[in-house]
Ligand binder design. Sequence first.
Ligand code: PLP
Length: 393
Amino acid sequence: MSRPGRHFLQIPGPTNVPDRVLRAMGGPTMDHRGPAFAELGKRALEGMKRIVKTEAGQVVIYPSSGTGAWEAALVNTLSHGDRVMMFETGHFAWLWDKLARRLGLAPRVIGSDWRRAADPDAIEAALRADSTHEIKAVCVVQNETSTGCASRIDEIRAAIDAAGHPALLMVDTISSLASIDMRMDAWGVDVIVAGSQKGLMLPPGLSFNAISPKALAAHQTAGLQRAYWDWSDMLGPNANGFFPYTPATNLLYGLVEAIDMLEEEGLSNVFARHDRLASAARRAVQAWGLEVLCLEPRHYSSSLTAVLMPEGHSADGFRAVVLEKFDMSLGSGLSKVADKVFRIGHLGDFNDLMLMGTLSGVEMGLGLAGVPHQRGGVDAAMRYLGETVPTAL
Ligand SMILES: *Cc1c(COP(=O)(O)O)cnc(C)c1O
């Protein structure tokens, strides 16, 4: 059935793809071994280096979902039985841990109640205790998309340094890259894992690793079996803008367009926009009298807000009402918090009035679904946005 107007895709990824990116992807598919492709390949790879803020590192691009880049990060740097340290901030950190176990690694997991970010002190203590340097990598999800808690990668770097530990630092930035700052070189991140369909404003289908010189050195001796994901196979042809197998050409058209858009706006403005919209969303939640899942204000995510449903009310029932009545998709609660939370995605190609439409749909949906709440969330968000219009506009 046709529904008039635009569907509101307010899940925390995939996100709304801007018309400019959709149009760019509509170009003819090209010869991926021809000279025109080499230009595109170089632009995409160089552009991604600027987005992750690395000069020393290299980027590889896979035609896969983000999960593929998780696997690539591990199989390219580690050997069977290696200890890796993971911090279970939520569903995605848990999935990465599961994937590592399947590959024959031995994760040491620091658990949590899924309401907070990775704790640098706990990481430092665990690394200090590892005097023989059994732990080969520390794996952290920068923005835990299932809970809306963002970990401070600068502080985790400082914890690793304070412990004087040589482990690699691997960071999943799938729902944070191009929404929340990432400074690969400055923060000493060794492997970045990223995906196309969240802050990068593309459809699903591309994933990324960014690789530090230290990670590349580990790659030379890493023993895990790998074939499709092998960095060496990629980095050779990438040097001339080519790929070892057929790249996702049309998604790469979209990628260079998306990078242009991010750079036209300016990355620091992009981050400030996300911070401000997230603040406005939280003001609405507070006015409704509902609870944000993330407990620590300094770890609030700027990509999404996870909202706890009042006891005895179904988050999925509420989301179904919002979808049916207002044609808006909200994010579901995942695994441990299934049906207990709903998530408002406010990342990517997103602005003030899109947020106001989103919050209006949530507030009306709460009423229709009979969820106890106070009115005025939309008004609180609107007031905040009105008072904080960026001066550059
Ligand atoms: C979305 C997401 C993933 C999974 O990515 P896929 O593209 O679905 O494979 C992993 N980690 C985080 C933090 C995510 O947000």
